[in-house]
Design a protein around this ligand. Sequence first.
Ligand code: AMP
Ligand code: FE
Ligand code: FE
Ligand code: ZN
Length: 277
Amino acid sequence: MDKRYIDLHIHTTASDGLLPPERAVELASDLNLSAIAIADHDTVDGYESAKEKAEELRIELIPAVELSITYKGYDFHLLGYLIDFQDSGFKKKIENFRMERLLRGEKMVEKLNELGVDLRIDTVKTIAKGASVGRPHLADALLKEEYVKSYNEAFARYLGYHAPAYVPKKYLTPEEGIELIHNVKGLAILAHPGTSHRDELLLDFLEMGIDGIEAYHSQYDRFQVNHYINWAKKFGLVYTGGSDCHGRGEMILIGKVKVPYLCLEMLRKAKKKMFGG
Ligand code: AMP
Ligand code: FE
Ligand code: FE
Ligand code: ZN
């Protein structure tokens, strides 16, 4: 039996994670993982920063990205794996998403100001340090300025989906997201369906052309893992998995879910079948 394990969903300081990309590689290497993917929101900068360290420590680093899509009024995440991360058209597109994220951050700060919270966008920018801006950065800023007592309170009171300072991201359809990934010869995988609780829409995603789903995730129980593996198998799709580690709190989640190396092999096989070579 293949005893190799991987983690295909790690966030770094290039987006809303707290671990520098090189550090994520070191931790994965300490845990004897065979391969990892840095799947940051709307950026591949983490992959580029971690490449050298991964070569040094002989751990496979898979080029990946996590995009945000909207379907029937709900937000979903779409992972792109084995993408040609150097493609200039792709880079420009995701750079645009990052710019939209900053504008959205500004809008959320405006809403906070209207609510009497005197937060400045510069505080958020300082915390994000040039990374792809997300609500976690706003939560950190609110905590730093002592408008909330905890990271979770920031979401509960202000930033969560139904909270008063929430602003949705710019609309990207599933088809557009899938096309973007396919255009750079990547596999489009629906991220953590088990946290979206919209299984009734899975068949729609299948029809729209996803290549697989994330069947292992740190927030799933084993019943969910089996459920999503079986679902993927039923339709001949790839299934993948990862911790979705953001490096927040006391727990570093890297490697906490046992994802078999087989998942990476499935991705490679699917890529070969779709794009050749
Ligand atoms: P964004 O992409 O800017 O909408 O931010 C999404 C990120 O915010 C997720 O990846 C989570 O890390 C975090 N997040 C979203 N909702 C919550 C919540 N209710 N409590 C804590 N973190 C959250
Ligand atoms: Fe995130
Ligand atoms: Fe996600
Ligand atoms: Zn994620």
